[in-house]
Design a binder for this molecule. Structure first.
Ligand SMILES: Nc1nc2c(ncn2[C@@H]2O[C@H](COP(=O)(O)OP(=O)(O)O)[C@@H](O)[C@H]2O)c(=O)[nH]1
Ligand SMILES: [Mg+2]
Length: 253
């Protein structure tokens, strides 16, 4: 079984993609299991086979411990980790080709805390990878694109999973945005021309140095535009994921 963690900032489209891509894979006659790791989600566009809400009641944690929403989420994820063996048992009973794992809305609670690492190290497939989602509305400035790549690299550093970058909501932005962002990803020159038109002096040097560092670390990480509304890009996402999951990521140093 291939396991795929779907990670990205709040609102980047993780839950929607988990639902749409699992439906699409089933249409390709694949057996797919879905896992919801978000204790705070109210409704899901898919029926999870494993759901952390069965192990922890986020609203109750918030009320009983008089916590705010973020502290309650942290406490809830800790609670989930206490049930990790049960989660593992629930998963081991699943016979699927693919397991899509939808992660909590607030990314840092999963990606930058030890609980997230424990979960990602425990709930695995025969091969495991991560989709890191980028929202094109945010990435359309060179500086934000560099910041988003930086973030994806930070998460990869922590979770240590082969990564495919996904540009979500391709249907919701003008086509030229998608082309421009793909151009920046592919070509150092294209990025520097557009960044140079906006940024000057030290700022430009800083952004360029960051991008050069990121290219050096993970130049061959694929970036695939997709839409969970039109299912654009799912064929490429499927083939790229299959390759990464079978071969591992060539550029992992
Ligand atoms: N137009 C469009 N909207 C999307 C797409 N994917 C997600 N959204 C919307 O983006 C918002 C956040 O999506 P959600 O999946 O909840 O994000 P999450 O917090 O990362 O799980 C919702 O309003 C979705 O309907 C897409 O491919 N196209
Ligand atoms: Mg979500």
């Amino acid at each position: 079984m291939f396991a795929v963690y779907i990670v990205g900032t709040a609102g980047s489209g993780k839950t929607t993609l988990t639902g749409a891509f699992s439906d699409w894979l089933r249409d390709q006659e694949q057996i797919v299991a879905t896992v919801n790791l978000d204790p705070a989600v109210l409704s899901l566009p898919y029926e999870p086979d494993v759901d952390v809400r069965e192990f922890v009641d986020y609203e109750r944690v918030m009320a009983i411990r008089s916590l705010g929403p973020n502290s309650a989420l942290v406490a809830s994820i800790r609670e989930v980790v206490k049930h990790i063996e049960e989660l593992k048992d629930a998963m081991s009973g699943i016979k699927a080709d693919w397991m899509l794992v939808d992660t909590p809305g607030q990314m840092e609670i999963f990606a930058f805390r030890k609980e997230g690492r424990i979960i990602a190290n425990t709930l695995r497939g025969d091969s495991t990878a991560m989709l890191f989602l980028l929202d094109p509305m945010f990435c359309i400035s060179p500086r934000n694109f560099a910041a988003s790549l930086f973030l994806s690299t930070s998460v990869k550093l922590v979770l240590n999973l082969p990564t495919v970058l996904v540009l979500t909501k391709a249907d919701a932005v003008p086509r030229r945005y998608i082309k421009r962002i793909l151009g920046w990803h592919e070509s150092e020159e294209a990025f520097e021309v557009d960044a140079g038109a906006k940024l000057k002096g030290m700022q430009m040097m800083f952004v360029r140095d960051v991008m050069n560092g990121l290219r050096f670390i993970s130049s061959s990480t694929p970036l695939i535009p997709v839409s969970s509304t039109t299912m654009e890009g799912f064929v490429e996402l499927h083939s790229t994921l299959s390759r990464v999951l079978t071969e591992g990521e060539l550029e992992l140093r």
